[in-house]
Design a protein around this ligand. Sequence first.
Ligand code: SAH
Ligand code: F3S
Length: 431
Amino acid sequence: MKKLFIETLGCAMNVRDSEHMIAELSQKEPYELTETLSEADLIIINTCSVREKPVAKLFSEIGVFNKHKKPNAKIGVAGCTASHLGKEIIKRAPSVDFVIGARNVSKITQVVDKKHAVEIDTDFDESTYAFGEYRTNPFKAMVNISIGCDKSCTFCIVPATRGDEISIPSDLLLQEITKAVATGAKEVMLLGQNVNNYGRRFGSSEEHCDFTQLLQKISNIKGLERIRFTSPHPLHMDDTFIEEFASNPKICKQIHVPLQSGSTEILKAMKRGYTKENFINRCEKIRALCPEATISTDIIVGFPGESDADFEDTMDVLEKVRFEQLFSFKYSPRPHTEAAEFDAQIDNTLSGARLTKLQARHTEILDEIMDAQLGKIHTVYFDELKANGRVSGRTDDGKLVFVEGSEELLGKIVNVKIVKTSRGALDAVLV
Ligand code: SAH
Ligand code: F3S
């Protein structure tokens, strides 16, 4: 059997795209996954291009892979960097056999045997494509509900690499999730760049279904216990959506609300479509209707023109909302984006100092949140066997929990009591 080594960088959509590629390849001929590069017959690097660093790393990585691979093994570059650099990748690294864009993963079997094939069309509509079945974790399913992104955040390369937004028809989603439930998944993670903009445009179907309606339909699936989604956009968090989030027992009480900046001026320059006050208002609404919800976020520091006062606005939102998880980044100028051309790019040392300050304060907040978990009862869905007789799972509000146990716990939803806390995870006993 041929062996496949696949490295997945970047967001949850890339993780799902990798699953899709594995499923498609396996329908053509059986592949066994390997984590040892030197025994692979096919090597795929599924890339991310939202920041500059990983792109630079790609070419040195291709060099290393080429040196250590089997003589006839093929190397493919997939994902967002594939989309935006295209045949440039083969020019710079001729050892690469094929390039397949983030919007073209359904074509993997067409390019895998074609020397120097490049498939990166961002107009390609794979919203009704029936991918084969493959899941990394049998207890959980990831499902794309839309592809692409219609926004034009001035810092972001994603609309250029993933193309316009198209929603996947709800009947296909219901079929896919029902199938996953029948094979052991009690939890689904709905994926898209702006999940709560679902229904804005379908490729061929004429249906009318918004995100709230989709959540209602999905929660009617028998045997499905938990629904998560990422990422919603703050601009589309209307009251109806927040009410559904708060009242639907199958929706996990964890929500990602990407802030990017706390300064209304900077948000305007980013073209995010909301103000500092709108953002705080949406988080307050979530907390009012659903006090137990945890809120996570993404923040960029050092966006062009960001003054000390702008940065303090970001610190202020952190203080007011107390995000449980924070994904924070230094602004990185990207090709095909407006902000890369803006004057007033911020000095790297200053961005670095702001990032350190933001992360240090967030760490204090996180420690307070996690310390307060001691003695609490949580409902955990166990989905992974760990070393040393331990099993891990997530609480409804998304915290990672470890207990002593065996395979018997896998796939079960059980109440636990927290006996030890740390920044990243909680230790618990069954109750
Ligand atoms: N649609 C998703 C964002 C996808 S990009 C959402 O709204 O959550 C993932 C994250 O990368 C963004 O939220 C942003 O915080 C970060 N990011 C995107 N472009 C960036 C850039 N040019 N520099 C630094 N961080 C960036
Ligand atoms: Fe990027 Fe903004 Fe879309 S962050 S993915 S352009 S919502």
